[in-house]
Design a binder for this molecule. Structure first.
Ligand SMILES: [Zn+2]
Length: 425
């Protein structure tokens, strides 16, 4: 596929693998040196781990440092208000402060353009009128996305959340071409507009939508694109380290990692970096704001990454979507099995009424048993087992050892899901 020059927002997006490694290693070393000097939290983190800033020369070196999670950050700030020592500048130089649930106080300067590339990749340009339905209160979402849309040249309608009927009128009156918000809110607007006897394709000018905050299920994407001709894109954003980490391109097959962050996929238990294809926690360190010393922030979200080249021409690795939360997964034979993925694999077979995924241990080896209750006892269990085995391995990337069919009523409704029966004695 020919790559158009105006496809890319900046030159970082098409760096070679060697250039990217050099760029990230250099930016990371600079960020660490600076924040170690000016952020008390970074100094404490390094000193506590017995690591000196000079020891962090590459992304791989980050494994030497512990992961900081949201709960840690809340505690750090409670003990040392207002920023827990994370801010690496005199407090009277802070331009603005955001508040995330916790509460967590975050600072961010304006005028940083890194985030616009996500909207650019989604086709936002001068001439577009974008309705920004993220909140402008407390959270960084509203202002951050607002500035990024402006950096692409588009006009922003400062809508904020809620007010369904008014939002519909605004979109119609102002001939809005781009929606920025969550997939579920766009669906709410469409349904309500239809109740008001409006036709989305005829009465609206909506061409594209940019989503974050929720994953976009493939079925919903199909509805937006197939039924309403709305081109959809999604991005993965986390507020504490300061914004969006990954974004979709036209291929819509995974989200490219932004070079303004060092993003690692790690084993949540050990903090060690995982190989492509392995499911682990997204841990990220932003490099664009030298005044914010939040190093290795653990998002709690599980994903994996792929290194295959993307036909769009962007060269950054892609994460494959959020498959669950770190607390909802168990480690079996070194691989994380995520409750939601297991459910997706098993319940796609309509013959199954209830299920349990039992993790046991036999002769020092982890074992997965799928216990299934069927709707109809005349089901061809051999054929069903074969189908479930295949699907389970496809989605969860690990093989189930046994499938057991149990009497109806053996699995209580609230006991569905993963049951870890391993005893570590
Ligand atoms: Zn791409």
């Amino acid at each position: 596929m020919a790559v158009r020059k105006d496809e890319f927002f900046d030159e970082l997006e098409t760096m070679s693998a060697v250039a990217r490694k050099q760029y990230q290693d250099r930016k990371l070393a600079e960020h660490i040196q600076h924040t170690y000097k000016y952020s008390p939290a970074v100094k404490k983190l390094f000193d506590g781990a017995g690591v000196s800033p000079e020891q962090i020369r590459t992304v791989k070196d980050m494994e030497k440092l512990p992961v900081t999670r949201k709960t840690d950050l809340v505690e750090m700030q409670k003990e040392n208000l207002p920023y827990g020592g994370v801010a690496a500048l005199p407090l009277n130089d802070i331009e603005r402060t955001f508040i995330s649930p916790g509460p967590i106080y975050e600072i961010q300067p304006s005028g940083i353009k890194w985030f616009a590339k996500s909207f650019w990749a989604a086709g936002f340009r001068k001439g577009d009128v974008a309705v920004n339905t993220f909140t402008y209160h407390m959270s960084p979402a509203g202002i951050l996305f607002h500035e990024a849309i402006r950096d692409c040249g588009a006009t922003v309608v400062v809508a904020g959340t809620g007010n369904t009927d008014l939002q519909i009128q605004i979109m119609k009156d102002l001939k809005v071409t781009g929606f920025v918000g969550t997939p579920s809110f766009l669906m709410t607007l469409i349904k309500r507009a239809e109740e008001m006897a409006l036709d989305i394709k005829r009465d609206f000018s909506l061409k594209r939508a940019w989503f974050t905050g929720e994953m976009l299920p493939p079925s919903l994407r199909k509805t937006f694109e197939g039924d309403y001709d709305i081109d959809t894109y999604q991005a993965y954003a986390v507020t504490e380290p300061g914004g969006a980490i990954a974004y979709e391109c036209r291929q819509k097959s995974g989200m490219h990692l932004m070079d303004e962050y060092v993003t690692e996929i790690v084993d949540p238990e050990t903090g060690k970096q995982l190989a492509p294809g392995e499911i682990g926690e997204i841990v990220t360190t932003q490099l664009f704001n030298k005044d914010w010393g939040l190093i290795r922030f653990g998002t709690g979200d599980l994903s994996s990454y792929i290194t295959e080249q993307c036909p769009c021409g962007r060269t950054a690795h892609r994460i494959t979507g959020i498959v669950g939360r770190a607390g909802d997964a168990v480690k079996v034979r070194g691989m994380f099995v995520v409750a939601k993925q297991a459910e997706q694999a098993i319940t796609s077979f309509k013959q199954v009424a209830r299920y349990q995924l039992i993790v046991g241990r036999r002769q020092h080896r982890d074992e997965i048993t799928l216990r299934l209750e069927l709707k109809d006892k005349d089901t061809d269990t051999a054929r069903l087992s074969e189908g479930i085995n295949r699907k389970f391995q496809d989605i969860c990337r690990i093989k189930a050892d046994k499938i057991e069919f149990v009497e109806a009523g053996s699995i209580p409704e609230d006991k569905q899901g993963i049951v870890d029966e391993r005893k570590w004695e």
